[in-house]
Design a protein around this ligand. Structure first.
Ligand SMILES: Nc1ncnc2c1ncn2[C@@H]1O[C@H](COP(=O)(O)OP(=O)(O)OP(=O)(O)O)[C@@H](O)[C@H]1O
Ligand SMILES: [Mg+2]
Length: 302
């Protein structure tokens, strides 16, 4: 099971998932080409990339929604073509999508057990399910309060956390999170990042898809960047600083071109709205006087 990637892990720890030279075409569209990826237990592997880079395509292959069209995909050392999400789940691969597939009108505990309900004879064993959901959420330190509340009333961060706790309880070995922080504010993103770290500490292999290098760097052990379906970076944490990751993500050369194009923009420039040709402030311009008649004027140096 050798690959060309260099690992700095204890000997004997094998990857849960190995993708080698994986490609996926949708007709004439090559969404992925020559992608290598390994997911290790107890690590967070971050997949970064811009819109259309191929991130969702990559995780759909792992999640059993799409089959790859070239290369090899191994789970626990066995080559696979997953034909359905059920096939992925049976191998311990759980996916938390951004829209989450939670039922908003149903309670927290019903959502926790959706598709895996505990029955007592013909009836649902509500008491047992509630007790287990409560214990599991508490174990993760997730504060929800009343588990009879409909999930629709919870915050985006709380919903993500329920989905993570559920995946761990039902025995996931690999958990894939597709942009879990994209729609969240700073505080809620922090909460979700904390549970990503908890899933890692529980020994899961976490695949964290994000646009945000700052979020990735807070929890990531390994980073890959996709650009137009190809890998442009594949590095462990100790080979990369946050600044380097951010620059790689922005695309160093593209950023230089953008700077060139924006050369005339003059950041910090403030014009008089009544006479836009008159510049009130900007680099090298005198300070705008505070207390002048206009209430929109900046206070102090810009
Ligand atoms: N079902 C499909 N049929 C045809 N082309 C597709 C299909 N799904 C994705 N693509 C194309 O494959 C490429 C990669 O798309 P993908 O959704 O994987 O990107 P992404 O990195 O997840 O982007 P985003 O950040 O916008 O979610 C894009 O060019 C997209 O248009
Ligand atoms: Mg996507």
């Amino acid at each position: 099971m050798s690959t060309e990637t260099i690992h700095r892990r204890p000997p004997g720890v094998e990857p849960l998932v190995i993708m080698q030279d994986v490609g996926k075409s949708y007709g004439n569209v090559h969404a992925l080409r020559g992608v290598n990826l390994e997911v290790y237990p107890g690590e967070v592997t971050c997949v970064l990339g811009d819109n259309g880079a191929g991130k969702s395509t990559l995780i759909k292959i792992m999640a059993g929604l799409h089959e790859h069209t070239s290369g090899s995909f191994e789970v626990n050392g066995v080559k696979r073509h997953l034909a359905s999400p059920r096939a992925a789940q049976a191998l311990g691969i759980a996916t938390v999508y951004q829209d989450l597939a939670l039922a908003p009108l149903m309670s927290v505990w019903r959502n926790f057990f959706m598709g895996n309900e505990i029955r007592s004879g013909l009836f649902l064993d509500a008491r047992r399910m509630k007790t287990i959901a409560d214990e599991e959420l508490q174990k993760m330190g997730i504060q929800i309060g009343d588990l009879d509340r409909p999930v629709g009333g919870l915050s985006g961060g709380q919903k993500q956390c329920i989905a993570i706790a559920r995946a761990i309880y039902f025995g996931a070995k690999v958990i894939i999170l597709d942009e879990p922080t994209a729609a969240l504010g700073v505080k809620q993103s922090g909460v979700v990042l904390k549970y990503i770290a908890k899933a890692r500490d529980a020994g899961l292999g976490v695949v964290f898809i994000t646009h945000n290098p700052h979020h990735a760097y807070l929890v990531g052990n390994h980073f890959i960047i996709l650009k137009l379906g190809r890998l442009t970076l594949d590095a462990p944490r100790d080979a990369l600083t946050l600044d380097q990751l951010t620059a790689e993500m922005a695309g160093g050369q593209e950023l230089d071109e953008l700077k060139h194009e924006l050369g005339d923009v003059n950041p910090g420039k403030v014009v008089d709205p009544d006479n836009p040709e008159i510049e009130l402030a900007g680099p090298g311009k005198p300070k705008v006087q505070a207390g002048s008649s206009r209430d929109h004027e900046p206070k102090g140096e810009v």
